[in-house]
Ligand binder design. Structure first.
Ligand code: SF4
Ligand code: SF4
Length: 129
């Protein structure tokens, strides 16, 4: 399962991921990371059975933890089947069906938001995290 970690500049200098891996013994895969001078947001993939343990370890360190259940909402009625999302998604979430319609495999999404920016017809948006 993918979870979203948000943290402030105050705790950014700590080796958060390494500490949690060492404490829990759980292998954590980093899917996406955004860090600037004031905030950090990281999407990590954690085995389903270990999510609670890992989330608790991050929260103890002052990290905000959200489950990323359905990251992108697809408004099919707005889709003009241009294929831009198929081209730009780095995780190949989108595919085109034989009839030209678009399918999504949302388990792969890391919420980079590239498809939302590139969609010319407002058919894609982020769910609340
Ligand atoms: S946000 Fe869009 S472009 Fe980024 S991984 Fe998810 S589906 Fe692909
Ligand atoms: S970019 Fe938007 S309009 Fe184009 S195929 Fe994808 S969802 Fe449809």
């Amino acid at each position: 399962m993918k979870i979203v970690l948000k943290f402030s500049q105050r705790i950014m200098q700590n080796p958060l991921i390494a500490d949690v891996v060492l404490e829990t013994g759980v292998r954590i895969n980093i899917d996406r990371a955004f860090v600037d001078a004031s905030v950090g947001e990281i999407v990590v993939d954690v085995p389903d059975e270990d999510v609670e343990k890992v989330a608790a370890a991050f929260r103890l360190r002052g990290v905000e933890v959200h489950e990323m259940v359905t990251p992108i909402r697809f408004e099919e009625a707005e889709c003009i089947q241009c294929g831009a999302c198929v081209s730009v998604c780095p995780l190949e979430v989108f595919s085109r069906n034989e009839d030209g319609s678009i399918s999504m495999d949302l388990k792969r999404c890391v919420l980079c938001r590239t498809c939302i920016t590139m969609c010319p017809h407002g058919a894609l948006r982020a769910e609340e995290e």
